[in-house]
Write a protein that binds this ligand. Sequence first.
Ligand code: PLP
Length: 317
Amino acid sequence: MVKSTSNFIDTQKSELQLLENSEWIHNDIQVFVKRDDLLHPEISGNKWRKLKYNVEQAIHLRAAGIMTFGGAYSNHLVATAAAAKVFGLKSIGFVRGEELNSNSNETLKRCAELGMDLQFLTREMYALHDDKMFVDELKLENPCFYAVPEGGGNYYGIIGCQEIWRELPNDVDHVFIAQGTAATSCGVLLGIPENCQLHVVPVLKGFHSIKTMKSMFYGFFMEDEMLEELLEKVTVHSDFHFGGYAKYTPELLQFIQETQQIHDLPLDPIYTAKAFYALNQELKKPLYHGKKVVFIHTGGLQGRHAIAAKENISFFG
Ligand SMILES: *Cc1c(COP(=O)(O)O)cnc(C)c1O
């Protein structure tokens, strides 16, 4: 008997938390956080939404396991290892960096503990992770494994993210979300209500949000006009990367501590803190007065960030 993936990790468990401060109350702005970080301790936030239909597909195809790709601190790798274990599947993780091993950090240690077979690739090899020929070769070497791209950003991943709208009010005016590969934001955009704007906060410096989202949608065979119309709902906030991917400043760390104190909301320095910082800055503008805003908390509190958040210590070191 196959366990039903949808009941096993119930996304409805992710509550909608009301956030308040005197400024927002004064300006009649309602702010909610969709706490996807609370979905599961290791299948963090948006990673379950992206994995759900991939896991179902792997089970449907009677695969022995799932193979995927990630960096040394990848939230997606841990999430995949944990999800595979929950559903009785094996997992292989192709990790960026041949100098690493399964003891290099908390994330990789945890992946190994969860039974993931970690294989360390050189940066040159890892750069081919989206190359069809390279992936086909890996499939030949691991014939019973279902391949999921880095970050879970394929068709099934995007569809899984679209489903978040089943759990959100449909009179939302603005949604804010952190953007890595853009798969999650594409899914959220697919399901967006008529009069809602999507605000994406890329955490990579110089990331081409719209171009990347466009190419992700090619697999959906949407008409050009429809795609353009959809993308018009997107506002990109590209000045909140704090130096680039995995970079952060003392100011951002301070912001994390303040947010924890003011809102009882834990944030990670790689993704969610940057997006929530952007939201805070944006909401100072009059155009948000009287509006309903949702921040999607995509998780990210695993490994060293989980430890730092719990002990309220600095993320440096
Ligand atoms: C992976 C991740 C993201 C980025 O999601 P994409 O679908 O790659 O854009 C955002 N936030 C957190 C916490 C993540 O772990």
